[in-house]
Design a protein around this ligand. Structure first.
Ligand SMILES: [Zn+2]
Length: 254
């Protein structure tokens, strides 16, 4: 386990205990945010690592959600991903459980007895009830999500119950602009289309996801950037209105 003062500098370092995953290094310093947007269609720097983790989860058969905790200077302090359908996790993280969520696997790495109110969690999908509670108990200052999750949309109303839930509720912001607001939800529906096709509605793009599964090379994409490039035409179709109903449903609360 690392301490929050020791930023993670690579995927290799973060996932070196997982023998099933390639030791692909991905620098994740705050400098990325000022230099990595040169390619207009590339994943924005802040979201590159969360989506890389989500795609790794998808490739491993787990639900495709990735999350990264950044400290006040922007450095990555901890990262994690969903491992619900896998047998192996780095020490201190969960695998093979329905609560092996990305956010849980990030927050479980944080030493207790202190707060992280100057830290922000970046996650590809809006936190569920479980992870929203974990954020409160981990004393994190804020959460930023790429895609809304219509499955758990009522969770954001929880502060209305008042009391300690309202006082300690972790502020959330999202969705991310443009295609990213679709990407996180579409990844979930890709997973549903492969592993749980009877899931009603999913994250708003079940029909689109079923078609995307037939994109040549998608399932073999070795990184999130490649998958994103392959999915972008379909995502833009969704944004342009062919799938407006699903899109609007996903953004109703945004
Ligand atoms: Zn969750």
């Amino acid at each position: 386990m690392r301490t929050p003062a020791e930023p993670v500098t690579s995927m290799e370092a973060a996932e070196s205990t997982d023998p099933t995953e390639a030791a692909q290094s991905l620098e994740t310093t705050a400098d990325d945010e000022t230099t990595a947007d040169a390619a207009p269609s590339a994943l924005p720097a802040l979201w590159r690592l969360p989506f890389e983790l989500a795609w790794r989860a998808f490739r491993a058969g787990s639900r495709p959600v990735g999350a990264v905790l950044r400290g006040p200077d922007g450095a990555v302090v901890a990262l994690g991903r969903n491992r619900s359908r896998e047998a192996v996790a780095p020490p201190g993280q969960l695998a093979g459980s329905d609560i092996a969520h990305a956010e849980i696997n990030v927050l479980a790495q944080l030493p207790g007895g202190r707060d992280y109110y100057d830290h922000r969690l970046y996650t590809t999908l809006e936190p569920c009830l479980l992870c929203s509670s974990a954020l409160i108990n981990a004393h994190v200052g804020g959460v930023v999500y790429a895609s809304p999750d219509p499955v758990w949309k009522e969770v954001a109303d929880l502060p209305r119950v008042g009391g300690i839930v309202a006082r300690r509720w972790v502020p959330r912001s999202g969705p991310a602009p443009g295609p990213l607001a679709v990407l996180g939800a579409l990844l979930m529906d890709l997973w549903n289309a492969r592993h749980a096709p009877s899931t009603p509605g999913g994250c708003g793009y079940p029909t689109l996801a079923a078609r995307c599964l037939r994109i040549e090379g998608l399932l073999e994409a070795d990184c999130a950037e490649t998958a994103y490039q392959l999915l972008l035409p379909s995502i833009r179709t969704a944004l342009n209105g062919t799938h407006r109903e699903a899109h609007q449903q996903a953004h109703r609360r945004a």
